[in-house]
Design a protein around this ligand. Structure first.
Ligand code: GCU
Length: 656
């Protein structure tokens, strides 16, 4: 890696056996196609050090690159790359297709894969490949770990145009096509971003992203007709409220005619919503959908709706059930331009959760899966945690054990339209705080484009594109692939979740959520731990399709990495390796800590091969990770030792 800021688009002279022609014919007339042409030239300059010459006629030129944005295909955003002895053809089934084709060509070039005879046709599996910013207008970022917002400062837009363009380029290079630019928690500021003062500014931002085929979403406040419009109510069934949203939409689309739409967090963690007026979420979403429909806009409506004021004494209410209980009965009742956004698991981006049962169950409602690239519960971009590892698992979840019923097979079909993910970037020079966390942003784009890609393939691509010294990528890949299992091992054990420090969510807080209102309990006592979610408990398992329901309901068939999510087990429960649950808890915590030690050794071995700045900044984070891993290990093990009085059978140190 020469320059952390450039991420996976490093400026480096690569060697190639195939001579790339320096004349380029381009048919570009539209905005994005022209950008594709420009990106091609920038990329060649970056990788080969020469500026291609653009021509508008190509008769009789033998050695040439042809960029074409209008080949006939019914597949949206498709591209083909064809390399012959003298010519390279990059064609798109539209301007965005061409842009994606150019970026793929450039990364293949950097990966050393461009050769005579190469032929490739690709299109995205998921139509919606979205980034969610949780950026606040004061410049802070909710759950942001890489500096301040790249968009806002002190209650206003404040950004560096070049930086935003560089960001849009990075996103488009991995196929992202939608970005929501403000926090889903709009909180008291219902004006965001829907008054003229802000729209004038947002218009400029939209123009930068537009060149890269990216459309914007705004997070809006459901209560705006009341708080901003001064109507007596925001009741979605009140005609005056409907009218207010229609007029507001007309104003917004005057400034940004291609706004993708609204993203809405309603009736969730204090945000207003239709429940306040005894209305349903269909009432709420559809009223907005009707306002946006004339302009081609869409409403993305989040399913993160649960009771966040639960009494910990109440053992009947199960937060895990909430999204399904609320939204399954509404299947098929949403307007055509409503898309539900469902967190991948029933809780909240925990290190290990089962896949939410709405996936595979919803039949007649468009929906997308929400992931978290920002490392809220996965180490704050201090600890290394390579997320494609877990995303691959999620993609392989078989929703109904039918034909092609894995998440990765359902995507793009059956109303699962893609992904939204909370992003991990900020104003830090390397964008993501931890330099290796760039792999998570890259990996998200690649999985959103093609959910069948593996974590290993992503690590291979990313490390070669990012680290210019050829001796580095192999070791970096190994470190990345070990990092998620290591983090999971020293964290809350076996899917029990939320043993995390309250509020900031970094480091252990074993009983941090135990007596709180958030509905996330493990209820450990001296004999047992976990929640019984089988039909004899909260009944959550029954939300799954029959085969999954049966598998999860039986402790002998439930996958062990998630067993405490579904079962309340005694500490002497015997696990598959013949050891007790308690002993396994001890074991994995020692292992997780040792893994961090060993990753650090591996990183240190790269010192002579890396730029000092990259080496030192990653090492400094690893050192903090080791402290964190030690706290997790010692606090968790000590906690269970104190509860049970049972020592580690290998005699390792546990504190009494
Ligand atoms: C989590 C997170 C919040 C966030 C919320 C959401 O609860 O801690 O900061 O607002 O998710 O997804 O809306």
């Amino acid at each position: 890696m020469l320059n952390e800021y450039d991420c996976w688009m490093q400026k480096v002279k690569i060697k190639t056996n195939y001579e790339i022609p320096n004349i380029v014919y381009s048919d570009a007339k539209s905005l994005v196609a022209k950008q594709a042409e420009k990106e091609y030239c920038l990329g060649i300059e970056r990788l080969l050090g020469f500026s291609p010459k653009i021509v508008k006629k190509h008769n009789n030129i033998k050695n040439i690159v042809l960029l074409n944005s209008s080949y006939a295909s019914s597949v949206k955003d498709e591209f083909t790359i064809k390399v012959t002895e003298n010519q390279i053809h990059i064609t798109g089934s539209g301007e965005n297709g061409l842009l994606y084709g150019v970026f793929r060509f450039l990364s293949l070039l950097a990966l050393g894969k461009i050769k005579n005879g190469l032929e490739l046709t690709e299109s995205p599996v998921s139509p919606l490949r979205m980034i969610n910013h949780w950026d606040n207008f004061d410049g802070s970022i909710e759950r942001g770990y890489a500096g301040r917002s790249i968009f806002y400062k002190d209650g206003d837009f404040d950004y560096d145009k070049t930086r935003i363009e560089d960001y849009a380029r990075l996103l488009a290079s991995v196929g992202i096509n939608r970005v929501s630019i403000n926090n889903v928690n709009v909180r008291a500021n219902a004006k965001l971003l829907i008054i003229e003062e802000y729209l004038k500014e947002a218009k400029e931002l939209a123009a930068i992203f537009r060149k890269f085929g990216i459309k914007l979403f705004f997070s809006i406040n459901f209560g705006a007709p009341w708080s901003l419009g001064k109507l007596p109510t925001a009741d979605p069934l009140d005609p005056a409220v409907a009218e207010w949203w229609k007029k507001r939409a007309a104003l917004i689309y005057k400034y940004i005619p291609d706004l993708a739409g609204f993203l809405v967090k309603a009736d969730s963690e204090g945000e207003p919503g239709p429940f306040q007026y005894n209305r349903t979420h269909t009432d709420g979403a559809n009223i907005l959908a009707k306002a946006l429909e004339p302009f081609g806009g869409e409403v993305i409506w989040r399913c993160f709706v649960y009771n966040c004021t639960q009494d910990w004494r109440d053992t009947k209410t199960d937060r895990a059930r909430a999204a399904f209980d609320h939204f399954m009965p509404l299947d098929g009742k949403f307007d055509k331009n409503v898309i539900l956004q469902i967190k991948f698991g029933p809780y909240d981006f925990q290190v290990r959760e089962p896949v939410a049962p709405l996936f595979g169950a919803l039949k007649n409602t468009r929906h997308v899966m929400e992931l978290q690239i920002t490392q809220e519960y996965t180490g704050h971009q201090i600890d290394l945690c390579y997320l494609p590892y877990i995303w691959e698992d999620i993609m392989n979840f078989d929703t109904i054990h039918g034909e092609n019923s894995k998440i990765k097979e359902l995507l793009g079909k059956k109303n699962i339209e893609g992904f939204a993910a909370v992003v991990n970037v900020g104003l830090d020079n390397n964008w993501t705080g931890h330099t290796l966390a760039q792999a998570n942003l890259y990996g998200y784009g690649r999985i959103a484009w093609n959910p069948a890609i593996t974590a290993k393939e992503i690590a291979e691509e990313w490390s070669v594109l990012s680290f210019t010294n050829p001796e580095v990528p192999q070791k970096v890949q190994e470190i990345l692939l070990r990092s998620y299992p290591a983090y999971e091992k020293y964290n809350a054990p076996f899917g029990v979740c939320f043993m995390v420090s309250p509020s900031n969510h970094y480091g252990p807080g074993i009983e941090g959520y135990e007596f709180s209102r958030w509905g996330t309990y493990h209820r450990a006592d001296k004999d047992a731990i976990g929640i019984d979610r089988t039909p004899s408990g909260t009944g959550y398992t029954a939300q799954y399709s029959p085969k999954n329901a049966a598998m999860y309901a039986d402790a002998n068939t439930c996958p062990e990495n998630i067993i405490l999510f579904f079962h309340r087990l005694r500490y002497d429960f015997i696990m598959k390796n013949g050891e007790t649950l308690l002993q396994n808890i001890y074991n994995i915590h020692f292992e997780g800590y040792d893994e961090v030690l060993s990753m650090i050794e591996d990183w240190k071995s790269l010192k002579p091969l890396l730029e000092n700045q990259v080496y030192e900044s990653v090492l400094a984070r690893f050192e903090r990770q080791l402290v964190n891993a030690r706290e997790w290990k010692d606090q968790i093990n000590t906690y269970f030792y104190r509860k049970t009085g049972i020592t580690d059978n290998k005699g390792r140190q546990i504190y009494s």
